[in-house]
Design a protein around this ligand. Structure first.
Ligand SMILES: Nc1nc2c(c(=O)[nH]1)N[C@H]1C(S)=C(S)[C@@H](COP(=O)(O)O)O[C@H]1N2
Ligand SMILES: [Mo]
Length: 240
């Protein structure tokens, strides 16, 4: 595996188009009609559709993981381009919306009630460093399944509290080792590494692994905004 696949791109000016479909959606969730978490936990068994359904029920092949002795606690370099946002954990809600049957707004307490998955993987940053890290959290696929995505869903947008944004293909989102992590190396996730929730996955480069995720929007199409670094010229798929 070569760590650096491409040179730093030149800054390309793309214009500041509005991310339609993300900012306009959050209002749907704040108020009445949002079911409680307890109402939702039974919904996993209900039929979801086709392609997304197939990915949810026939998990893709896992990537080999590392032994605990391989963890490199000092090697993960904090890489934050807009500083560390301040998040009030008591008020924090993760929103899942977009082309779903059941939009969700979940507290950390509700998220931590879901099954904890732990994995030891390599984090690879295009700036030329890598680190073997243990991440603990919930599988993203479990939360997405609760939201019951519509059959045309092909992408997920991730919005972060620092203004960072990312988009992923749905197969990578639903990969069994794509986590929303709240633990790092067996400890609560430090805020500089993305607490309360960050993406962690062995199949994507570092810049795809959004920290401080506040909103996940499922959609059938990408907009002109594809990701913080992608919109400056970096590769979108960014698989490892
Ligand atoms: N919200 C947000 N997420 C982010 C970033 C960021 O600046 N803001 N940097 C990305 C990059 S380039 C990398 S390599 C990893 C670094 O994660 P770490 O700071 O926990 O080491 O976070 C990624 N996710
Ligand atoms: Mo990175």
């Amino acid at each position: 595996m070569d760590l650096i696949r491409f040179n730093r791109p030149q800054l390309t000016r793309r214009g500041f188009l509005k991310i339609s479909g993300i900012s306009s959606m959050s209002f749907l969730l704040g108020g009445c009609g949002t079911p409680t978490f307890e109402d939702l936990v039974g919904t996993l068994s209900e039929p979801i559709n086709q392609k997304v359904e197939k990915l949810i029920f026939q998990p893709q092949k896992p990537v080999p993981e590392f032994a605990p002795s391989a963890i490199q606690p000092e090697a993960l370099i904090v890489n934050s381009f807009r500083g560390t946002p301040i998040i009030d954990i008591e008020k924090y809600q993760l929103i899942i919306d977009g082309e779903v049957e059941q939009p969700l707004s979940l507290s950390m307490a509700e998220i931590q009630n879901l099954p904890l998955t732990s994995m030891i993987i390599r984090h690879v940053c295009v700036e030329g460093w890598a680190a073997i890290v243990q991440w603990g959290g919930i599988r993203l696929r479990e939360i997405i399944a609760l939201a019951r995505p519509k059959s045309n869903v092909r992408y997920a947008y991730f919005k972060s509290a620092d203004g960072y944004y990312e988009s992923w293909d749905i197969a990578s989102v639903l990969h069994p080792q794509t986590l929303l992590a709240y633990e790092k190396n067996g400890q609560p996730l430090p805020v500089e590494n993305g607490a309360p929730l960050r993406l962690a996955s062995p199949i994507k480069l570092g810049y795809k692994q959004s920290k401080w995720v506040t909103q996940i929007t499922l959609t059938s199409h990408l907009t002109n905004f594809q990701g913080y670094w992608e919109d400056l010229g970096y590769e979108w798929f960014a698989g490892i």
